[in-house]
Design a protein around this ligand. Structure first.
Ligand SMILES: Cc1cc2nc3c(=O)[nH]c(=O)nc-3n(C[C@H](O)[C@H](O)[C@H](O)COP(=O)(O)O)c2cc1C
Length: 359
């Protein structure tokens, strides 16, 4: 992904009172529910595109990932020239596509893709016009979870039904509900299925963020959900998450590999995180590199997540804090050993407790 394009397109982040795309016009002015940062983000760009998410039942004989790589190769031949950006998900026997671009190009592409024998039973679950959210041409994701295909079918049908009755969620909220719904017991506590708090964790070195997710899962008795993300190149990265109840609020904590921070899909989901925990466990240079990467991923987000820097010594915070602030991000220095998850999590809890108005 060319950074110049990404930087420009990142300026299109949004919040959504958006007429639906296409000529049907039936559901103009739907107000989207996309989670915690309600109302904080406004569209910055004049570029309005059609945005559509649709689910289809996959008909893939061999390796799903290999098939997704073939689809990516075709998409990278065709989509950039017509300005259509895509995130493709495989989940429990279904493909989900989140596509954004000029309406006519998108319609023509969808007609071609609909005829592809590798899937069938296509159902649109989101359709709107508005600023671009995906800042680059291709992302793809696989959720590594054994789930009954009928659970996914139920979610698709529920979203479809909501859409037909005039309510629809934002593209990121639809993506989350299809790919990583909350466990039922947690979802039952919420007025809306996407209204929970999201926190991202990244480590400047090692796999500490993933270890922290395992620690949180063990502590809360919840399961870790594992996913792989990839962009337009061959490399793929891991991103794990865990959902749990913390002081009466439903919280999702997501670990992201450093290499996944600037994938278009990660950037598109970034505005919905309230905080990013930075485990500053690397060298000075690695810690700074992480701050820079996070800033790139947050570029154009009007109300970016608050950075919670974790380092034991005050001196270790100085440059990351200075750099973050220079790049327009709020940095909170938490004096906690980033390898000691109970003190790290206590610092996060203290910060959450100090924030009024977050559910
Ligand atoms: C779920 C799914 C999503 C796809 N998305 C795209 C896409 O975004 N762009 C694209 O060109 N082809 C996409 N394809 C592949 C097309 O259906 C078609 O095979 C391809 O465009 C043909 O390209 P070619 O004529 O260069 O071989 C997708 C296929 C599937 C099954």
């Amino acid at each position: 992904m060319a950074r110049s394009t990404a930087a420009r397109d990142l300026l299109t982040f949004r919040k959504c009172r958006s007429p639906l795309w296409g000529d049907d016009g039936a559901m103009e002015g739907t107000e989207f529910d996309s989670g915690i940062n309600h109302g904080a983000l406004l569209p910055l760009s004049q570029e309005t595109v059609a945005r559509v998410l649709y689910a289809s039942q996959a008909k893939v004989a061999s390796s799903v990932y290999a098939e997704m790589e073939r689809i990516r190769a075709a998409a990278m031949r065709h989509n950039p020239a017509i300005g259509v950006y895509t995130a493709l998900l495989y989940q429990s026997g279904w493909f989900v596509q989140w596509k954004e671009g000029p309406g006519d190009s998108l319609r023509q592409l969808m007609d071609r893709v609909s005829a592809d024998p590798r899937h069938h039973s296509i159902r649109i679950v989101h359709s709107s016009r508005g600023p671009r959210m995906l800042p680059g041409p291709w992302s793809m994701a696989i959720v590594q979870r054994a789930e009954d295909a009928s659970d996914m079918t139920d979610r698709v049908q529920w979203l479809r039904h909501r859409m037909e009755t005039g309510e629809q969620f934002s593209p990121p909220a639809v993506w989350r509900q299809l790919s990583t719904p909350l466990p039922a017991a947690l979802a039952a506590r919420l007025p809306s299925p996407d209204a929970y708090q999201r926190i991202l964790v990244c480590a400047s070195a090692t796999m500490a963020s993933f270890e922290m997710i395992r620690w949180l899962a063990l502590r809360s008795g919840q399961a870790v959900v594992r996913r792989r993300y990839a962009g337009s190149s061959e490399r793929d990265v891991g991103t794990d998450l865990v959902d749990f109840l913390q002081d009466g609020r439903v919280v999702r904590v997501v670990a992201m590999a450093r290499g996944g921070l600037t994938l278009p899909l990660t950037c598109a989901l970034m505005p919905d995180f309230s905080h990013i925990v930075l485990l500053l466990c690397g060298t000075h240079a690695q810690n700074l590199a992480l701050v820079h990467k996070v800033a790139l991923a947050c570029a154009g987000v009007v109300s970016p997540p608050v950075l919670l820097g974790m380092a034991a010594l005050a001196a270790e915070h100085e440059e990351p804090a200075f750099t973050a602030r220079r790049l327009g991000l709020r940095y909170v220095a938490c004096h906690a050993d980033p390898g000691h998850f109970s003190t790290t999590w206590e610092s996060v809890q203290a910060e959450l407790a100090s924030e009024p108005g977050v559910p």
